[in-house]
Design a protein around this ligand. Structure first.
Ligand SMILES: C[S@@+](CC[C@H](N)C(=O)[O-])C[C@H]1O[C@@H](n2cnc3c(N)ncnc32)[C@H](O)[C@@H]1O
Length: 188
């Protein structure tokens, strides 16, 4: 699908499920490219959370990782159907990101998240971060964008897991402007 052809679908689902979609528009090409920028095309598979209409999925593929090596979790069945149609070979799971730790994937290098993490309750965030580092271990990363000025993972979870992180420059070419955080868990 073209980078503008998915906007109608996205906005339709935003109106129906505002508490799940929680964004004014799909991620821009610039933000999606930044989300994928540190992935290693020769590295392990990639797990994606909250794939939506597939903007970040496309950026991961453009980074050199084949659709067959990407495992995309998305809870909205309409988005899942579109992902399966647009990305042949992509592994699409209609489930909650809170169960990411249960996904049957070996040696994932990163979890790339388009989830509205900031607005999620503590227990769900905790399940997502714990499950992520069960998948990627100490050498892997959790990649998450956020629109706000603070890290998108709650302070209690960061402290309890001993998370470290880096941040990207601000991506102005996104609505609204966003920043990408890359979390690691040295104690995983
Ligand atoms: C802000 S949209 C991002 C969509 C796309 N990744 C992008 O960047 O354009 C958030 C997506 O996360 C999905 N989502 C929200 N909560 C979820 C959960 N608990 N498990 C799986 N997907 C979820 C929504 O259905 C929506 O597709």
């Amino acid at each position: 699908m073209s980078s503008t052809g998915d906007i109608g679908l996205f906005l339709g689902q935003l109106l129906k499920k505002p508490h799940q979609v929680v964004a004014l528009a799909p991620s821009s090409r610039a933000l999606s490219a930044e989300m994928a920028a540190t992935l290693d095309p020769e590295g392990g598979p990639v797990i994606e959370l909250g794939a939506g209409t597939g903007r970040i999925t496309q950026a991961i593929i453009d980074r050199g990782i084949a659709a067959e090596r990407i495992h995309s979790i998305e809870m909205n069945p309409v988005f899942c159907e579109r992902l399966r149609a647009d990305f042949p070979g992509l592994n699409v799971y209609q489930m909650s990101a809170g169960d990411v730790g249960e996904l049957p994937v070996d040696g994932a290098q990163a979890v790339v998240s388009g989830l509205p993490l900031l607005s999620m309750p503590f227990d769900l965030q905790n399940a997502i971060l714990t499950g992520t580092f069960r998948q990627v271990g100490r050498s892997g990363t959790y990649i998450q964008f956020t629109y706000g000025p603070k890290p998108p993972v709650k302070a209690e979870i960061r402290a309890a897991m001993g998370l470290t992180w880096t941040t990207s420059r601000k991506i102005w070419g996104n609505l609204p402007p966003a920043r990408v955080y890359r979390f690691a868990c040295p104690g995983a």
